[in-house]
Design a protein around this ligand. Structure first.
Ligand code: HGY
Ligand code: MN
Ligand code: MN
Length: 405
């Protein structure tokens, strides 16, 4: 039987990013599309029947009964952040495939159907909206707006999805898919140090930090870097630099807050050109949704003052937001009981990262399992999972699925 590591080894060369390091597997790019094909082949090899739904979500079905309604669903995502690690997403998918093998080996006869799902654009790295697939499924996005989302090359989501064979004319809330999700359990690499400090291989998720993404466009006066005196400039890059520092200051003043600017794009972006515009993206998170809202308001206020002083103008656009999620209590208890067999004393952990399990929690009970990452680093090539811990994760997932089937 395959181990999780051997399953992951079979995709370890897909989407490697030579310049950033790690992996860049944007949704519906060549890399992620070949991962979708890889998943379909791995699932078919396990006798699962694979379908793609109207929102581009892949479903690999173990039709254990004559109905799929109220099924048990597990899975995760295959897309990555730019220069991301090998485990964020794929660990959950590979572990689900190995868990199916374990259930078969144990001779488990499910009382309900099981599906392994792969959600597109969880990272929102190509089209800006995180958990795009699960948000479409639950109906929280306007399909027309989604179709017209553009990547940095100006390719629309509609065109990108079509190139992957998705008919985008029916995007949106999917009552059939919703009816089929009885419970959803996602296994994911831990993206912090919790399990290192607790010295445990697996944990149960307790809460997921609320978070949002905002684009701030700062416009000034583009000009020549050599002929424009310093006193004559309205340079949006100078304003942007101060906004980045202001975001850090605002977050540092609020317990538990996170504010990050990881992406900043000057236009036109020439070495000898004073930018005419700078777009930067704010990722702001806090466990209290009202605090997240007040943080972005404060940062926006500071940005307006900075821009007034720098003779620039700023417009803020919300790209995505989701509130703090408390995973389903009863499901957490079921996971706790299931883990007693092989992982007595498995801890519960909050996560500062967003996941499809958080979005799906609005339409079904959801829960998460986390697997130790000895570097405690994620969204980086340094993200890692030891082979034994990866297999421990698959065993834990199989124990949980067995109790839920
Ligand atoms: O951004 C996040 O928290 C997740 O990794 N998409
Ligand atoms: Mn991620
Ligand atoms: Mn993830």
């Amino acid at each position: 039987m395959q181990t999780v590591s051997s399953v992951l080894d079979s995709i370890s060369d897909v989407g490697r990013d030579a310049s950033r390091g790690g992996y860049s597997r944007g949704v519906y790019t060549g890399a992620e599309s070949s991962l979708r094909e890889w998943f379909s082949a791995e699932a078919a090899a396990r006798g699962l029947s694979v379908e793609t739904d109207r929102n581009g979500i892949l479903w690999a079905w173990w039709d254990a009964t004559d109905s799929r309604d109220g099924a048990l669903v597990t899975g995760s995502h295959l897309d990555s952040v730019p220069g991301g690690g090998a485990y964020d997403g794929p660990l959950g998918v590979a572990s689900a495939l190995v868990a199916v093998d374990l259930l078969r080996e144990r001779g488990v006869q499910p009382n309900r159907s099981l599906a392994v799902a792969v959600f597109p654009e969880e990272e929102g790295s190509r089209f800006g909206v995180s958990c795009l697939g699960s948000r479409l499924l639950t109906g929280t996005l306007d399909p027309d707006q989604v179709r017209s989302l553009k990547d940095t090359d100006g390719i629309t989501f509609a065109d990108a999805a079509r190139s992957a064979g998705i008919d985008v004319s029916h995007l949106g809330r999917d009552e059939d898919a919703i009816r089929r999700i009885g419970d959803f359990v996602e296994l994911h690499v831990e993206q912090g140090r919790g399990l290192i400090d607790l010295d445990a291989p697996v944990a149960i998720g307790s809460t997921m930090l609320g978070h949002g993404r905002w684009r701030l466009s700062i416009t000034g006066q583009g000009n020549h870097a050599g002929t424009t005196l310093m006193a004559d400039r309205a340079d949006p890059m100078i304003a942007a630099a101060q906004v980045v520092l202001a975001a850090r200051t605002v977050a540092a003043e609020q317990d538990g807050a996170r504010a990050t600017v990881g992406r900043l794009q000057p236009v036109p972006g020439g070495t000898n050109v004073i930018a005419s515009r700078v777009d930067l993206w704010l990722d702001v998170r806090h466990e209290e949704d009202a605090v997240t809202a007040s943080l972005i308001e404060k940062i926006h206020g500071r940005a307006q003052k900075i821009c007034a002083f720098e003779d620039c103008r700023a417009t803020l656009t919300e790209e995505s937001r989701s509130g703090t999620v408390h995973f389903d209590g009863a499901l957490q208890r079921t996971l706790g009981n299931a883990l007693k067999r092989s992982f007595p004393g498995a801890p519960t952990l909050p996560t500062g990262a967003g996941h499809d399990a958080g979005i799906l929690g609005t339409i079904a009970p959801t829960a998460m399992l986390f697997v130790r990452n000895p570097t405690g680093i994620s969204h980086s090539p340094e993200e890692f999972v030891e082979r034994d811990d990866a297999d421990a994760g698959a065993t834990a997932l199989a124990d949980v699925l067995e109790d839920l089937l």
